[in-house]
Design a protein around this ligand. Structure first.
Ligand code: HAM
Length: 430
């Protein structure tokens, strides 16, 4: 026997029980995005490799070691499976001159690809919901983006999520801090690990983000970016905080929050939980005022965030949110040729009225079909034998108590509606 094939490591099948939870989540997400005026955009999964190098930065983990890049065998083009959505979204906005029509509130949803070491909450194919506000300069949009996340956590009933906030200032302020940081780290060069040594001159800010326990004291005492922020950056940061305070949203300023992508400036934030182990960041983002210009557009400020859907759903389940499996309104049981044809008519007729109907397929005795009807959870089985088919009727068999009765096919929709309405009433519904 040949060996069975498996999915690529770190890329998961989402099976029906779980996929139903995803769909329920996706429905609530759409309403939430609409409530804030965000409109959908869909970009390709594959982009030219230089897009990510320019946007995310050459000296980042993503570009250095996590991208699925390949050469198009047909034309030699360098392509990459998107590791994130911001670069593509900005590329699309520039390409289609979307900002000519004014600022844009956009969102996207879909798979992203990073060649990371897979573990719980970290996958090679994962899904993001990304929100990008293009053409907005003020701190108001930064604050709104953050508040909008808080509302979603609330809607979903997510527990133990906290907000970490920082400001990365302007590029000039970062340059001044960078010089000071390099000078400081040069003084302690022999203490740096391999990553630190390598990044000392290319991306010293990322050294502050190190997880290496031996470097914590060194990093703690390093020059802090916040001390290099000028008046405008400080005022912007203060305004964001003011809105959050007014809204009663607690946050912690984390001076070591630098993010793993190079396009950020000023406000950056992460939503973190302790409930998911090591991969506790469920959502992250910030302002990226230079990116539109950097990718060839007319300069335009922007800010946004993306959440990891797998992580949000894991936390949602932790917090007790599980989708109910789908239960059909009726299950159609039948035997004999004439009955089979009638069963199709009955099922289609009910679906045309908006009911969800499982039509038994695959034959079998009435007894075994009734077992399937029971297992489906449907509140009623519609039984069609030769007698019923000849009479243009259906045996209406409530599964949770109530009398079995024969009903004309034309009256079936109203009878079923009545049964479902009564069942709803029993559950305390309408
Ligand atoms: P990011 O921090 O790289 O930012 O990713 C955002 C979120 O995606 C993370 O907080 C995490 O929840 C999820 N995520 C990232 N990598 C993985 C993985 N390997 N497995 C599972 N989940 C993962 C960005 O991607 C930016 N584009 C966010 C942004 C949008 N900034 C401005 N606009």
């Amino acid at each position: 026997m040949s060996q069975t094939l498996q999915a690529v490591r770190g890329m998961n099948d989402i099976l029906p029980d779980e996929a139903e939870t995803w769909e329920q989540f996706e429905e609530s997400i759409r309403d939430w995005l609409k409530a804030y005026g965000y409109r959908p955009i869909r970009m390709p999964l594959v982009e030219p490799t230089p897009l990510f190098k320019r946007a995310i930065g050459e000296v980042t983990d993503i570009v250095e070691k996590e991208m699925y890049s390949f050469e198009d065998a047909l034309n030699g083009e360098h392509l990459t499976l998107r590791p994130e959505g911001t670069a593509s979204c900005v590329r699309a906005a520039i390409q289609h001159k979307m900002l000519h029509a004014g600022p844009q509130r956009l969102y996207y949803y879909g798979p992203m690809y990073r060649h990371e070491r897979p573990q719980k909450g970290r996958y090679r194919q994962f899904h993001q919901i990304g929100v990008e506000a293009l053409g907005f300069a003020g701190p108001d949009i930064d604050a709104e983006l953050i508040l909008m996340c808080a509302r979603l956590w609330d809607d979903l009933g997510l527990e133990d999520v906290r907000l970490e906030l920082n400001s990365l200032g302007s590029s000039e302020e970062r340059a001044a801090h960078r010089s000071a940081l390099i000078a400081y780290l040069e003084g302690h060069k022999e203490q740096l690990d391999e990553d630190g040594q390598r990044r000392l001159y290319t991306n010293p800010l990322r050294i502050l983000d190190t997880k290496n326990p031996n470097l914590q004291a060194l990093v703690e005492a390093a020059p802090k970016l916040i001390d290099y922020l000028g008046e405008e950056s400080l005022a912007h940061f203060e305004s964001v905080q003011q809105v959050l305070r007014d809204a009663g949203l607690p946050f912690r300023i984390n001076p070591r929050l630098v993010r793993g992508l190079d396009y950020y400036n000023r406000t950056v934030f992460e939503w973190v939980t302790d409930r998911l182990g090591a991969q506790g960041t469920i959502c992250a983002g910030g302002r990226y005022d230079g990116l539109v210009e950097q990718l060839g557009g007319k300069p335009a400020p922007a800010a946004g965030f993306a959440m990891g859907v797998e992580r949000i759903l894991a936390l949602w389940q932790e917090s007790g949110g599980v989708a109910e499996g789908h239960v059909p309104d009726a299950y159609v049981v039948h035997q004999g040729d004439a009955a089979a044809r009638a069963a199709f008519r009955v099922a289609e007729g009910l679906r045309a009225h908006g009911f969800s109907v499982l039509l038994h397929c695959g034959g079998g005795s009435f007894k075994s079909q009734m077992k399937k009807a029971d297992a489906s959870g449907a509140p009623v089985a519609l039984v069609i034998g030769e007698d019923e088919a000849a009479a243009g009727e259906v045996s209406f068999k409530p599964m949770r108590g109530g009398d079995q009765r024969r009903i004309g096919m034309d009256d079936l929709a109203s009878e079923l509606a009545e049964l479902l309405f009564a069942a709803d009433g029993d559950d305390g519904g309408v």
